[in-house]
Design a protein around this ligand. Structure first.
Ligand code: PEP
Length: 253
């Protein structure tokens, strides 16, 4: 059976309780658009509140610590996130790689911890502008994924990959549809190699990087694009659900 498009909002370091009304509006709209799977990753401080306010959408986190508990001031474990109502965690986002120096190895440990806690994982990857200009984008992205994807039994069932070229995040620039298809096809090849011909094709590959309601249809309709990871445009229900609406209007593949 064809999977529903997966549209995930990443609120990053945005949102106070005043934004709960947006989460409620997103949830109501998602209930009217069941052809699309909608999810939201608010900051840690809002996970439990959003979880309590919504009925339809998935609620997740933007990071987790690889350990279960212990002396790690300021960190939050996957077990704690699951307890707060998170069902998935975004890992390996380029902003965490840049701001916190996260390595592929650390990201893989976080992913294994999240899966062990029963959560789903959205694993991000993506090249810088310099890497793309050098013609090495595909090699770089596949290398990132090879080193950061969790290698555990049944990992593939709860895994999503998000391809997010760094130069497209928050810049208003998007990759061309042809470039997205080329990269997603290469990622699909790697997923089949790592998870086998049965499970590799089932893992959704999202595109992220300045997705907006007006470019969503072209990007989401492209081959091997299973949805979108959305930053800026997920902060209001209007723009976020504009993207989800475009996803819901795509012909079923
Ligand atoms: C992101 O950071 O995951 C992202 C895709 O951001 P934006 O949509 O704002 O480019």
């Amino acid at each position: 059976m064809a999977q529903r498009p997966y549209i995930v909002g990443n609120w990053k370091m945005n949102g106070t309780r005043a934004m709960l009304s947006e989460a409620r509006a997103i949830d109501r709209a998602a209930q009217r658009n069941m052809k699309v799977e909608v999810a939201l990753a608010p900051p840690y401080t809002l996970i439990h509140a959003v979880h309590r306010e919504v009925e339809q959408i998935g609620v997740g986190a933007q990071d987790c610590h690889p350990g279960e508990d212990g002396p790690h001031t300021g960190d939050v474990s996957a077990t704690m996130l699951a307890d707060a109502g998170a069902k998935f965690v975004i890992l390996g986002h380029s902003e965490r790689r840049q701001d916190h120096g996260e390595s592929n190895e650390l990201i893989r440990q976080k992913a294994e911890s999240a899966l062990a806690a029963g959560m789903r994982v959205i694993m991000c990857c993506g090249e810088s502008d310099a890497t793309r200009q050098s013609g090495k984008a595909e090699k770089f992205v596949l290398g990132q994924l090879r080193a950061s994807l969790p290698v555990m039994d049944d990992a593939s069932e709860r895994l999503t990959v998000a391809y997010e070229p760094i130069w497209a995040i928050g810049t208003g620039k998007t990759a061309t549809v042809a470039d997205v298809v080329e990269m997603h096809t290469a990622i699909r090849g790697l997923l089949v190699e790592l998870f086998g011909a049965e499970h590799g094709p089932e893992i959704r590959i999202l595109y992220g990087g300045s997705v907006k309601p007006d470019n969503a249809r072209d990007l989401l309709g492209a081959a091997e694009v299973g949805g979108a990871l959305v930053g800026g445009a997920s902060l209001t229900a209007d723009s976020f659900m504009g993207i989800a609406l475009a996803a819901g209007e795509l012909p079923e593949s």
